[in-house]
Design a protein around this ligand. Structure first.
Ligand SMILES: Cc1cc2nc3c(=O)[nH]c(=O)nc-3n(C[C@H](O)[C@H](O)[C@H](O)COP(=O)(O)O)c2cc1C
Length: 182
């Protein structure tokens, strides 16, 4: 447990209504240790296509809202599926809006991965996010392979992960890494 509150902003790489990546983030949200809060981002699918001509004073208001949430957060959680051996276009678009801004450098980040597959997207995200100077906390990495399972099986796995302390333990490691870095 950490001594101060930690606010986390969670980014989901899937826009699907029944997204397993999102369900994992929601399970983490419900398993937060007392000093940790998670807000799940809801704007990624609505961001305009990135265009460097629309940065600075021309930045779209929704991008400014997105960036402000990231600035407020002590750390980010990324839960992202693999599409065609890579990063889903909508998610990469969201990241591209942040590349030239000052919100993300040195921001701690943990992965929560909802599949037993997808190692290629994890490797690509690691490369992209490190290029953007985010600090990936490997010790907090969480993998819960619910993707592709029925709604009932997913709910059961998420419940067991919550009750066993798997989810809160990962969040605790992340919160401690954040506390140690500030
Ligand atoms: C367009 C598309 C491409 C995909 N490509 C891959 C892939 O290359 N490798 C993989 O492991 N899974 C792939 N998948 C499967 C998804 O990663 C899997 O369905 C995952 O559960 C989706 O995440 P979500 O449940 O959060 O939406 C693909 C799915 C879609 C829709």
């Amino acid at each position: 447990m950490t001594s101060r509150s930690v606010s986390l902003y969670a980014l989901c790489g899937s826009q699907r209504h029944a997204s397993s990546s999102r369900r994992l983030l929601e399970a983490l949200q419900s398993a937060c240790p007392g000093d940790v809060t998670i807000v799940i981002c809801d704007v990624i699918g609505d961001l305009p296509v990135f265009n460097p001509d629309h940065e600075g004073g021309k930045t779209p208001p929704l991008v400014e809202t997105f960036a402000a949430e990231i600035r407020k957060a002590d750390g980010l959680i990324v839960s992202c599926p693999e599409y065609a051996h890579g990063i889903p276009g909508g998610f990469k678009n969201a990241l591209d809006w942040l590349v030239s801004r000052d919100e993300v450098p040195f921001k701690p980040l943990m992965f929560a991965h909802a599949s037993h597959r997808g190692d290629l997207v994890l490797a690509q995200l690691t490369d992209v996010l490190q290029t953007m100077s985010l600090q990936i906390v490997q010790d907090a990495f969480l993998r819960l392979p619910i993707a592709g399972k029925s709604d009932e099986a997913q709910a059961q796995m998420l419940l067991e992960a919550r009750e066993s302390g798997l989810l809160s333990a990962s969040l605790g490691r992340f919160a401690r890494a954040i506390a140690a870095s500030t």
